[in-house]
Write a protein that binds this ligand. Structure first.
Ligand code: XUL
Length: 509
Protein backbone atom coordinates (compact mmCIF):
# COMPACT_ATOMS: atom_id res chain seq x y z
CA UNK A 1 0.00 0.00 0.00
CA UNK A 2 3.02 2.29 0.06
CA UNK A 3 4.29 5.00 2.42
CA UNK A 4 2.73 8.29 3.57
CA UNK A 5 4.70 11.45 4.23
CA UNK A 6 3.99 13.90 7.07
CA UNK A 7 5.80 17.26 7.19
CA UNK A 8 5.75 19.57 10.19
CA UNK A 9 6.74 23.22 9.67
CA UNK A 10 7.34 24.14 13.30
CA UNK A 11 8.59 27.32 14.96
CA UNK A 12 12.27 26.36 15.12
CA UNK A 13 12.56 23.50 12.65
CA UNK A 14 10.86 21.53 9.90
CA UNK A 15 10.56 17.74 10.24
CA UNK A 16 9.53 14.92 7.94
CA UNK A 17 8.39 11.40 8.78
CA UNK A 18 7.37 8.46 6.58
CA UNK A 19 4.85 5.89 7.78
CA UNK A 20 4.16 2.41 6.49
CA UNK A 21 0.56 1.57 7.52
CA UNK A 22 0.88 -2.05 6.41
CA UNK A 23 3.59 -2.77 8.98
CA UNK A 24 2.70 -0.03 11.48
CA UNK A 25 6.23 1.37 11.24
CA UNK A 26 7.55 4.88 10.88
CA UNK A 27 10.92 6.30 9.88
CA UNK A 28 13.15 8.20 12.28
CA UNK A 29 12.02 11.84 11.91
CA UNK A 30 14.33 13.92 9.72
CA UNK A 31 14.81 17.51 10.95
CA UNK A 32 16.13 20.76 9.49
CA UNK A 33 16.84 23.37 12.16
CA UNK A 34 16.34 26.86 10.70
CA UNK A 35 18.79 28.59 13.03
CA UNK A 36 21.63 26.12 12.54
CA UNK A 37 21.08 24.95 8.95
CA UNK A 38 19.76 28.12 7.34
CA UNK A 39 21.88 30.77 9.12
CA UNK A 40 21.40 33.21 6.22
CA UNK A 41 17.89 33.92 7.66
CA UNK A 42 19.30 35.12 11.02
CA UNK A 43 16.44 33.36 12.80
CA UNK A 44 18.15 31.44 15.60
CA UNK A 45 14.86 30.71 17.36
CA UNK A 46 12.72 30.66 14.21
CA UNK A 47 11.97 34.37 13.89
CA UNK A 48 13.77 37.53 12.81
CA UNK A 49 15.37 39.63 15.54
CA UNK A 50 13.39 42.77 16.39
CA UNK A 51 13.98 45.36 19.10
CA UNK A 52 10.26 45.26 20.00
CA UNK A 53 9.67 41.90 21.76
CA UNK A 54 6.01 42.03 20.69
CA UNK A 55 7.04 41.77 17.02
CA UNK A 56 7.82 38.25 15.88
CA UNK A 57 8.04 37.70 12.13
CA UNK A 58 9.79 35.13 9.94
CA UNK A 59 10.86 35.22 6.32
CA UNK A 60 8.52 32.81 4.45
CA UNK A 61 11.37 32.04 2.01
CA UNK A 62 13.07 30.30 4.96
CA UNK A 63 10.26 27.73 5.10
CA UNK A 64 10.63 27.14 1.34
CA UNK A 65 14.38 26.57 1.64
CA UNK A 66 13.74 24.35 4.65
CA UNK A 67 11.29 22.23 2.63
CA UNK A 68 13.81 21.80 -0.19
CA UNK A 69 16.53 20.91 2.33
CA UNK A 70 14.29 18.47 4.23
CA UNK A 71 13.19 16.53 1.14
CA UNK A 72 16.78 16.57 -0.15
CA UNK A 73 17.97 15.06 3.15
CA UNK A 74 15.24 12.39 3.17
CA UNK A 75 16.08 11.45 -0.42
CA UNK A 76 19.83 11.36 0.29
CA UNK A 77 19.21 9.11 3.30
CA UNK A 78 17.68 6.54 0.96
CA UNK A 79 14.13 6.72 2.36
CA UNK A 80 11.60 5.11 -0.04
CA UNK A 81 10.41 8.40 -1.57
CA UNK A 82 9.28 6.70 -4.83
CA UNK A 83 6.82 4.60 -2.84
CA UNK A 84 5.09 7.58 -1.19
CA UNK A 85 1.34 7.48 -1.98
CA UNK A 86 0.11 10.58 -0.16
CA UNK A 87 1.37 13.67 1.69
CA UNK A 88 0.00 15.93 4.37
CA UNK A 89 1.43 18.48 6.71
CA UNK A 90 1.31 20.55 9.83
CA UNK A 91 2.11 24.23 10.27
CA UNK A 92 2.75 26.33 13.36
CA UNK A 93 -0.65 27.95 13.78
CA UNK A 94 -1.88 31.52 13.13
CA UNK A 95 1.07 32.77 11.00
CA UNK A 96 0.04 34.48 7.76
CA UNK A 97 1.72 34.64 4.34
CA UNK A 98 0.76 37.49 1.99
CA UNK A 99 0.86 36.82 -1.76
CA UNK A 100 0.37 38.86 -4.90
CA UNK A 101 -1.57 37.83 -8.00
CA UNK A 102 1.46 36.02 -9.48
CA UNK A 103 1.34 33.22 -6.88
CA UNK A 104 -0.86 30.77 -8.89
CA UNK A 105 1.13 31.28 -12.09
CA UNK A 106 4.51 30.88 -10.36
CA UNK A 107 3.32 27.73 -8.57
CA UNK A 108 2.18 26.20 -11.84
CA UNK A 109 5.51 27.00 -13.54
CA UNK A 110 7.88 25.45 -10.93
CA UNK A 111 10.98 23.96 -12.62
CA UNK A 112 13.30 21.40 -11.03
CA UNK A 113 16.52 23.29 -11.89
CA UNK A 114 16.02 26.10 -9.37
CA UNK A 115 14.97 26.19 -5.71
CA UNK A 116 11.48 26.96 -4.40
CA UNK A 117 12.58 30.24 -2.83
CA UNK A 118 14.25 31.38 -6.06
CA UNK A 119 11.06 30.71 -8.00
CA UNK A 120 8.41 31.83 -5.52
CA UNK A 121 9.90 34.85 -3.71
CA UNK A 122 8.49 37.15 -6.41
CA UNK A 123 5.00 36.20 -5.23
CA UNK A 124 5.32 37.71 -1.73
CA UNK A 125 3.40 40.97 -1.32
CA UNK A 126 4.78 41.25 2.21
CA UNK A 127 8.40 40.33 2.87
CA UNK A 128 7.80 38.80 6.29
CA UNK A 129 5.13 36.65 7.90
CA UNK A 130 3.94 37.39 11.45
CA UNK A 131 4.07 34.14 13.45
CA UNK A 132 2.12 32.94 16.50
CA UNK A 133 4.61 34.57 18.89
CA UNK A 134 3.70 38.06 17.65
CA UNK A 135 1.77 40.03 20.26
CA UNK A 136 1.67 43.42 18.55
CA UNK A 137 -2.05 43.59 17.71
CA UNK A 138 -3.49 44.73 21.05
CA UNK A 139 -5.24 47.72 19.41
CA UNK A 140 -6.86 45.52 16.74
CA UNK A 141 -8.04 43.02 19.37
CA UNK A 142 -9.60 45.88 21.35
CA UNK A 143 -11.48 47.03 18.22
CA UNK A 144 -12.75 43.51 17.54
CA UNK A 145 -13.87 43.13 21.16
CA UNK A 146 -15.64 46.47 21.13
CA UNK A 147 -17.47 45.66 17.91
CA UNK A 148 -18.41 42.00 18.52
CA UNK A 149 -18.17 41.60 22.31
CA UNK A 150 -18.87 38.03 23.46
CA UNK A 151 -20.25 37.03 20.08
CA UNK A 152 -16.72 36.76 18.67
CA UNK A 153 -16.11 33.74 20.88
CA UNK A 154 -19.60 32.37 20.22
CA UNK A 155 -18.93 32.56 16.49
CA UNK A 156 -15.21 31.87 16.04
CA UNK A 157 -14.45 29.77 19.14
CA UNK A 158 -11.98 32.35 20.49
CA UNK A 159 -11.93 35.80 21.98
CA UNK A 160 -9.75 38.21 19.96
CA UNK A 161 -6.16 37.02 20.40
CA UNK A 162 -3.05 39.02 19.49
CA UNK A 163 -1.40 36.14 17.64
CA UNK A 164 -4.51 35.14 15.67
CA UNK A 165 -4.51 35.79 11.94
CA UNK A 166 -7.56 38.11 11.83
CA UNK A 167 -6.08 40.83 14.08
CA UNK A 168 -2.73 40.41 12.27
CA UNK A 169 -4.38 40.91 8.86
CA UNK A 170 -6.33 43.88 10.23
CA UNK A 171 -3.12 45.60 11.39
CA UNK A 172 -1.29 44.99 8.12
CA UNK A 173 -4.20 46.16 5.93
CA UNK A 174 -4.63 49.35 7.98
CA UNK A 175 -0.93 50.24 8.25
CA UNK A 176 0.24 49.20 4.78
CA UNK A 177 -2.60 50.10 2.44
CA UNK A 178 -0.57 49.86 -0.78
CA UNK A 179 0.87 46.44 0.13
CA UNK A 180 -2.58 45.25 1.16
CA UNK A 181 -3.96 46.33 -2.21
CA UNK A 182 -1.16 44.35 -3.91
CA UNK A 183 -2.09 41.30 -1.82
CA UNK A 184 -4.24 38.94 -3.87
CA UNK A 185 -4.41 36.18 -1.26
CA UNK A 186 -3.61 35.58 2.40
CA UNK A 187 -2.62 32.06 3.37
CA UNK A 188 -1.87 30.40 6.67
CA UNK A 189 1.58 28.80 6.89
CA UNK A 190 -0.21 25.44 6.55
CA UNK A 191 -2.18 26.32 3.40
CA UNK A 192 0.83 28.14 1.92
CA UNK A 193 2.99 25.01 2.20
CA UNK A 194 0.17 22.77 0.89
CA UNK A 195 -0.14 25.13 -2.11
CA UNK A 196 3.57 24.73 -2.85
CA UNK A 197 3.30 20.93 -2.82
CA UNK A 198 0.13 20.91 -4.91
CA UNK A 199 1.47 23.48 -7.39
CA UNK A 200 -1.75 25.50 -6.99
CA UNK A 201 -3.41 27.52 -4.21
CA UNK A 202 -4.74 25.19 -1.49
CA UNK A 203 -7.73 25.59 0.85
CA UNK A 204 -7.43 26.23 4.59
CA UNK A 205 -8.77 23.48 6.89
CA UNK A 206 -11.21 23.89 9.82
CA UNK A 207 -8.44 23.00 12.30
CA UNK A 208 -6.06 25.82 11.42
CA UNK A 209 -8.77 28.11 9.99
CA UNK A 210 -10.36 28.32 13.43
CA UNK A 211 -7.19 30.02 14.69
CA UNK A 212 -7.92 33.18 12.72
CA UNK A 213 -10.89 34.81 14.54
CA UNK A 214 -12.58 34.75 11.11
CA UNK A 215 -14.23 31.33 10.74
CA UNK A 216 -17.75 30.85 12.06
CA UNK A 217 -17.69 27.46 13.77
CA UNK A 218 -21.50 27.25 13.83
CA UNK A 219 -21.69 27.31 10.02
CA UNK A 220 -18.09 26.32 9.12
CA UNK A 221 -18.03 29.28 6.71
CA UNK A 222 -15.95 32.47 6.78
CA UNK A 223 -17.97 34.98 8.82
CA UNK A 224 -18.75 37.74 6.31
CA UNK A 225 -19.48 40.38 8.95
CA UNK A 226 -16.17 39.79 10.75
CA UNK A 227 -14.28 39.69 7.43
CA UNK A 228 -15.73 43.05 6.37
CA UNK A 229 -14.78 44.60 9.71
CA UNK A 230 -11.25 43.12 9.58
CA UNK A 231 -9.97 44.35 6.21
CA UNK A 232 -11.24 45.64 2.86
CA UNK A 233 -11.91 42.87 0.31
CA UNK A 234 -10.76 40.16 2.71
CA UNK A 235 -13.48 37.77 1.49
CA UNK A 236 -11.87 37.79 -1.98
CA UNK A 237 -8.38 37.24 -0.57
CA UNK A 238 -9.03 34.18 1.60
CA UNK A 239 -8.85 30.63 0.21
CA UNK A 240 -11.92 28.44 0.76
CA UNK A 241 -12.17 26.66 4.13
CA UNK A 242 -12.75 22.89 4.02
CA UNK A 243 -12.72 19.79 6.23
CA UNK A 244 -9.23 18.56 7.16
CA UNK A 245 -9.87 15.30 5.30
CA UNK A 246 -10.11 17.02 1.88
CA UNK A 247 -7.57 16.85 -0.95
CA UNK A 248 -5.74 20.09 -1.81
CA UNK A 249 -4.51 18.80 -5.18
CA UNK A 250 -1.92 16.43 -6.58
CA UNK A 251 1.83 16.63 -6.06
CA UNK A 252 3.61 19.10 -8.35
CA UNK A 253 6.18 17.54 -10.75
CA UNK A 254 8.79 19.85 -9.11
CA UNK A 255 9.16 17.29 -6.27
CA UNK A 256 10.26 14.50 -8.61
CA UNK A 257 13.78 15.86 -7.94
CA UNK A 258 13.48 14.21 -4.52
CA UNK A 259 12.17 10.94 -5.99
CA UNK A 260 8.54 11.67 -5.07
CA UNK A 261 5.96 10.53 -7.66
CA UNK A 262 4.13 13.49 -9.26
CA UNK A 263 0.35 13.26 -9.12
CA UNK A 264 -0.08 11.60 -5.70
CA UNK A 265 -2.75 13.21 -3.45
CA UNK A 266 -1.76 16.17 -1.29
CA UNK A 267 -4.11 16.38 1.69
CA UNK A 268 -4.97 19.87 2.98
CA UNK A 269 -2.57 20.78 5.77
CA UNK A 270 -3.65 21.68 9.29
CA UNK A 271 -2.17 23.39 12.33
CA UNK A 272 0.40 21.77 14.62
CA UNK A 273 -2.08 21.36 17.47
CA UNK A 274 -4.81 19.57 15.46
CA UNK A 275 -2.13 17.35 13.88
CA UNK A 276 -0.53 16.56 17.24
CA UNK A 277 -3.89 15.50 18.65
CA UNK A 278 -4.08 12.85 15.90
CA UNK A 279 -0.42 11.83 16.23
CA UNK A 280 -0.77 11.56 19.98
CA UNK A 281 -3.59 9.06 19.74
CA UNK A 282 -6.30 11.26 21.28
CA UNK A 283 -9.45 9.83 19.75
CA UNK A 284 -12.18 10.76 22.19
CA UNK A 285 -13.12 13.13 24.97
CA UNK A 286 -11.74 10.92 27.77
CA UNK A 287 -8.11 11.71 26.94
CA UNK A 288 -6.39 15.09 27.10
CA UNK A 289 -3.15 16.08 25.38
CA UNK A 290 -0.33 18.16 26.79
CA UNK A 291 2.32 19.28 24.34
CA UNK A 292 5.59 20.68 25.68
CA UNK A 293 7.06 22.40 22.66
CA UNK A 294 8.20 25.96 22.06
CA UNK A 295 4.79 26.74 23.58
CA UNK A 296 3.05 24.46 26.06
CA UNK A 297 -0.51 23.49 25.15
CA UNK A 298 -3.40 21.61 26.78
CA UNK A 299 -6.12 20.11 24.55
CA UNK A 300 -9.17 17.89 24.62
CA UNK A 301 -11.83 16.73 22.15
CA UNK A 302 -15.53 17.65 22.10
CA UNK A 303 -18.06 16.41 19.55
CA UNK A 304 -20.16 19.59 19.37
CA UNK A 305 -19.07 23.20 19.28
CA UNK A 306 -21.81 24.00 21.82
CA UNK A 307 -20.23 21.59 24.37
CA UNK A 308 -16.80 23.23 24.24
CA UNK A 309 -15.31 25.00 27.31
CA UNK A 310 -16.37 28.61 27.17
CA UNK A 311 -14.17 30.69 29.47
CA UNK A 312 -10.52 30.18 28.54
CA UNK A 313 -8.66 29.21 25.43
CA UNK A 314 -9.80 28.34 21.93
CA UNK A 315 -11.86 25.89 19.91
CA UNK A 316 -10.51 24.51 16.63
CA UNK A 317 -11.83 21.89 14.21
CA UNK A 318 -10.52 18.41 15.05
CA UNK A 319 -9.15 16.64 11.93
CA UNK A 320 -10.83 13.32 12.83
CA UNK A 321 -14.21 15.06 13.30
CA UNK A 322 -15.80 17.31 15.92
CA UNK A 323 -13.79 20.00 17.71
CA UNK A 324 -10.78 20.36 19.96
CA UNK A 325 -10.22 22.77 22.82
CA UNK A 326 -6.82 24.36 23.17
CA UNK A 327 -5.05 26.40 25.79
CA UNK A 328 -1.76 27.87 24.63
CA UNK A 329 0.97 28.94 27.07
CA UNK A 330 3.59 30.91 25.19
CA UNK A 331 6.11 30.64 28.04
CA UNK A 332 6.91 26.99 27.43
CA UNK A 333 10.30 25.49 26.55
CA UNK A 334 11.97 28.84 25.76
CA UNK A 335 11.30 29.92 29.32
CA UNK A 336 12.45 26.60 30.84
CA UNK A 337 15.56 26.93 28.72
CA UNK A 338 16.17 30.48 29.89
CA UNK A 339 16.14 29.32 33.54
CA UNK A 340 18.36 26.34 32.70
CA UNK A 341 20.94 28.64 31.08
CA UNK A 342 20.66 31.20 33.88
CA UNK A 343 21.86 28.54 36.34
CA UNK A 344 24.27 27.10 33.77
CA UNK A 345 22.83 23.58 34.03
CA UNK A 346 22.68 20.63 31.66
CA UNK A 347 19.18 19.19 31.00
CA UNK A 348 19.86 16.36 33.47
CA UNK A 349 21.12 18.75 36.17
CA UNK A 350 18.12 21.02 35.59
CA UNK A 351 15.82 18.07 36.38
CA UNK A 352 17.99 16.97 39.32
CA UNK A 353 17.96 20.47 40.82
CA UNK A 354 14.15 20.63 40.64
CA UNK A 355 13.79 17.11 42.05
CA UNK A 356 15.85 18.12 45.07
CA UNK A 357 13.34 20.84 46.10
CA UNK A 358 10.14 20.25 48.08
CA UNK A 359 6.89 19.74 46.12
CA UNK A 360 4.26 22.49 45.90
CA UNK A 361 6.20 24.97 48.09
CA UNK A 362 6.57 28.06 45.88
CA UNK A 363 4.70 29.45 42.87
CA UNK A 364 5.52 32.07 40.28
CA UNK A 365 3.98 33.62 37.18
CA UNK A 366 6.62 32.88 34.56
CA UNK A 367 5.91 35.55 31.95
CA UNK A 368 9.41 35.97 30.60
CA UNK A 369 7.87 36.75 27.21
CA UNK A 370 4.36 38.05 26.39
CA UNK A 371 1.89 35.34 27.45
CA UNK A 372 -1.23 34.09 25.64
CA UNK A 373 -2.97 32.40 28.62
CA UNK A 374 -3.73 34.55 30.51
CA UNK A 375 -3.20 37.40 28.02
CA UNK A 376 -0.18 39.31 29.35
CA UNK A 377 1.29 41.62 26.71
CA UNK A 378 4.45 42.65 28.63
CA UNK A 379 7.05 40.24 30.00
CA UNK A 380 7.00 40.15 33.80
CA UNK A 381 7.64 37.57 36.54
CA UNK A 382 5.70 37.56 39.84
CA UNK A 383 6.59 35.40 42.85
CA UNK A 384 4.85 34.39 46.08
CA UNK A 385 8.30 34.00 47.66
CA UNK A 386 11.52 35.97 47.80
CA UNK A 387 13.53 34.90 44.72
CA UNK A 388 16.77 36.18 46.27
CA UNK A 389 16.36 33.63 49.09
CA UNK A 390 15.44 30.67 46.88
CA UNK A 391 17.91 27.97 45.82
CA UNK A 392 18.31 27.13 42.12
CA UNK A 393 16.32 23.92 42.73
CA UNK A 394 13.45 25.78 44.44
CA UNK A 395 13.35 28.35 41.66
CA UNK A 396 13.30 25.73 38.89
CA UNK A 397 10.72 23.58 40.68
CA UNK A 398 8.54 26.67 41.21
CA UNK A 399 8.78 27.43 37.49
CA UNK A 400 7.94 23.92 36.27
CA UNK A 401 5.17 23.34 38.79
CA UNK A 402 3.64 26.74 38.02
CA UNK A 403 3.70 25.95 34.29
CA UNK A 404 1.65 22.82 35.08
CA UNK A 405 -0.59 24.54 37.64
CA UNK A 406 -1.54 27.20 35.08
CA UNK A 407 -2.77 24.40 32.75
CA UNK A 408 -4.88 22.85 35.50
CA UNK A 409 -6.19 26.27 36.56
CA UNK A 410 -7.27 27.31 33.05
CA UNK A 411 -8.53 23.94 31.75
CA UNK A 412 -12.11 24.30 33.10
CA UNK A 413 -12.23 20.56 33.83
CA UNK A 414 -15.50 19.20 35.16
CA UNK A 415 -13.61 16.00 35.99
CA UNK A 416 -9.94 15.02 35.70
CA UNK A 417 -9.29 13.30 32.33
CA UNK A 418 -8.91 9.50 32.31
CA UNK A 419 -5.39 9.97 30.99
CA UNK A 420 -3.08 12.61 29.55
CA UNK A 421 -1.14 11.92 26.37
CA UNK A 422 2.15 13.79 26.55
CA UNK A 423 4.14 15.03 23.55
CA UNK A 424 6.68 17.67 22.47
CA UNK A 425 10.46 17.87 22.91
CA UNK A 426 10.38 18.49 26.68
CA UNK A 427 8.17 15.42 27.23
CA UNK A 428 11.44 13.42 27.26
CA UNK A 429 12.04 14.74 30.77
CA UNK A 430 11.20 12.13 33.41
CA UNK A 431 10.70 14.89 35.96
CA UNK A 432 8.16 16.79 33.85
CA UNK A 433 6.25 13.56 33.16
CA UNK A 434 5.98 12.76 36.86
CA UNK A 435 5.09 16.32 37.90
CA UNK A 436 2.25 16.43 35.35
CA UNK A 437 0.89 13.11 36.65
CA UNK A 438 1.19 14.31 40.28
CA UNK A 439 -0.29 17.78 39.78
CA UNK A 440 -3.20 16.56 37.60
CA UNK A 441 -3.48 13.34 39.69
CA UNK A 442 -3.97 11.58 36.35
CA UNK A 443 -1.91 8.87 34.61
CA UNK A 444 0.40 10.23 31.90
CA UNK A 445 0.81 8.13 28.74
CA UNK A 446 3.96 8.29 26.63
CA UNK A 447 3.66 7.18 23.00
CA UNK A 448 6.29 5.75 20.70
CA UNK A 449 6.95 9.04 18.86
CA UNK A 450 7.55 12.50 20.30
CA UNK A 451 7.12 14.01 16.81
CA UNK A 452 3.34 13.87 17.01
CA UNK A 453 2.65 16.79 14.63
CA UNK A 454 4.61 15.15 11.79
CA UNK A 455 3.22 11.71 12.68
CA UNK A 456 -0.35 13.06 12.84
CA UNK A 457 0.18 14.64 9.41
CA UNK A 458 1.42 11.33 7.97
CA UNK A 459 -1.61 9.55 9.50
CA UNK A 460 -3.89 12.17 7.93
CA UNK A 461 -2.19 11.58 4.58
CA UNK A 462 -3.01 7.84 4.87
CA UNK A 463 -6.59 8.66 5.85
CA UNK A 464 -7.01 11.04 2.91
CA UNK A 465 -5.19 9.10 0.19
CA UNK A 466 -5.95 5.50 1.21
CA UNK A 467 -9.21 6.00 3.14
CA UNK A 468 -7.73 4.43 6.31
CA UNK A 469 -9.84 4.94 9.41
CA UNK A 470 -8.36 7.13 12.19
CA UNK A 471 -9.05 4.51 14.92
CA UNK A 472 -7.18 1.91 12.89
CA UNK A 473 -4.29 4.32 12.28
CA UNK A 474 -4.20 5.17 15.99
CA UNK A 475 -3.93 1.49 16.89
CA UNK A 476 -1.03 1.05 14.49
CA UNK A 477 0.97 4.18 15.25
CA UNK A 478 0.09 5.48 18.71
CA UNK A 479 0.98 2.59 20.99
CA UNK A 480 1.62 3.51 24.61
CA UNK A 481 5.23 2.85 25.60
CA UNK A 482 5.06 3.98 29.19
CA UNK A 483 2.40 4.88 31.79
CA UNK A 484 3.37 7.23 34.60
CA UNK A 485 1.08 6.82 37.60
CA UNK A 486 0.40 9.83 39.86
CA UNK A 487 1.73 9.81 43.41
CA UNK A 488 -1.63 10.03 45.18
CA UNK A 489 0.00 11.05 48.47
CA UNK A 490 0.80 14.44 46.87
CA UNK A 491 -2.80 15.21 45.79
CA UNK A 492 -3.68 17.40 48.81
CA UNK A 493 -0.38 19.27 48.66
CA UNK A 494 -0.93 20.20 45.02
CA UNK A 495 -4.55 21.19 45.67
CA UNK A 496 -3.27 23.86 48.06
CA UNK A 497 -0.48 24.81 45.63
CA UNK A 498 -3.21 25.37 43.00
CA UNK A 499 -5.04 27.66 45.43
CA UNK A 500 -1.86 29.68 46.08
CA UNK A 501 -1.18 29.87 42.34
CA UNK A 502 -4.75 31.16 41.77
CA UNK A 503 -4.23 33.80 44.50
CA UNK A 504 -1.01 34.93 42.84
CA UNK A 505 -2.72 35.21 39.47
CA UNK A 506 -5.63 37.14 40.90
CA UNK A 507 -3.30 39.51 42.73
CA UNK A 508 -1.35 40.46 39.60
CA UNK A 509 -3.33 39.80 36.39
C1 XUL B 1 -1.64 27.72 19.46
C2 XUL B 1 -0.34 28.41 19.31
C3 XUL B 1 0.91 27.59 19.27
C4 XUL B 1 1.41 27.48 17.85
C5 XUL B 1 2.84 26.97 17.74
O1 XUL B 1 -2.71 28.58 19.54
O2 XUL B 1 -0.26 29.59 19.14
O3 XUL B 1 0.73 26.34 19.87
O4 XUL B 1 0.54 26.68 17.10
O5 XUL B 1 3.03 25.78 18.29
Amino acid sequence: MGFYLGIDVGTQSIKGILIDPENGQFSTPVPVHYGRELPQYHSGEGFLPHEDPAIRHADPAMWLDALDMLLGKMYAQGLPMAQVRGISGSGQQHGTVYLNDRFPELLAALKTDASLSEQLSASFSRKTAPIWMDASTGAQCAMLREKFQGSLKERTGSDAAERFSGPQIMKFAAENEADWNRTASVHLISSFMASVLAGKPAPIDYGDGAGMNLLNLNTLQWDREILTFTAPDLAEKLPPCVASTEIAGTLSPYFSKYGLPAGIPVNVWSGDNPNSLIGCGCVDSRSAMISLGTSDTFSGIVQNFSDAPRKNGHIFGCPSGGFMSLLCFTNGSLTRDHFRKKYDLSFADFDRAAASAAPGKFQLLPFLIAESTPAVPKPEIFYNFDPAEATAGEMIRALIESQILTMLYHAELTARPANIRLTGGASASGLLRQLIADIFQTPVLIGSSAETAALGAAMRAANCAAGMDFRELTERFCSVEQIIAPDTSLGRQYDSALQRFADLLQAHI
